[in-house]
Design a protein around this ligand. Sequence first.
Ligand code: GDP
Ligand code: K
Ligand code: MG
Length: 278
Amino acid sequence: NGKIAVALTGNPNSGKTTLFNSITGAKQHVGNYPGVTVEKREGFRRYQNKDLLLVDLPGTYSLTAHALDELIARNFIIQDKPDVVVDILDASNLERNLYLAVQLLELERPMVLALNMVDVAKNMGTKIDLNALAEKLGVPVVGTVGNRRTGVDELLTAVVNESGNKVREPLRIDYGADLEEKIASLEELLTKVRYDLRFPGRWVALKLLENDQEIIKLIAGLPEGAAVVAAATDARQILQEALNMEPELAIANYRYEYVGRLSREVIIAKRESVLTVS
Ligand code: GDP
Ligand code: K
Ligand code: MG
């Protein structure tokens, strides 16, 4: 009946709470995530005859199983299945913020990018081609200045539009021949595991190769899952030899390369550093 669940994600200090407050006003509710003491903020907003339920997730730089905040963010997105994930990026620090964005995109949920702090980026002489970024990532991108409420309506319009959509073309970072071969074979093995898999198969395969203890535990506990975990252990050994490094490091490197290239492609102007004469 027009209810839309929206999760706000992003790096710490990208402006999540500022945008959350701009969108929801004072009507916020603070709770805890089940079993942990990390604060969960919920708020409401009626927009274009829809009820938006917003959740402000903990700020993170990545989505590994090493940190509680990162686990909370990814588990919320995967298990609660918000209708739309809004990733709030600090436009003045685009490359670093894109590192989280691509990991969120790999979760294959409907998503909108809010490129916040475009005022700060502009003052630094940085201009970003939002359309190019949207096209390359396959998601809508809206420029915002959270503390001035600039772009908030445009952002909400994009959220409402996206909520009725299936995920477009999921982002596929090319992890290179060695990793891609193992990802494909694990993904194939995973189709035989009978599980209520809300996680995308490719994402689970990547997490197994990254030695993600949460996902390993989850899969190992499922019927036929132990064989997949064993195959992943073998694959990790082979990859370690072939790549001459831990597979998780190789995967992170491919992501860094991808976001480095992407940010160079979409930053259309960058002021030359000013030489000081002494
Ligand atoms: P969070 O950690 O992601 O929740 O970030 P906050 O909402 O706490 O914002 C961090 C700081 O950035 C605060 O001082 C905000 O007032 C400021 N801020 C948020 N959005 C913008 C913006 O678009 N432009 C500028 N210049 N400052 C912003
Ligand atoms: K903050
Ligand atoms: Mg905050």
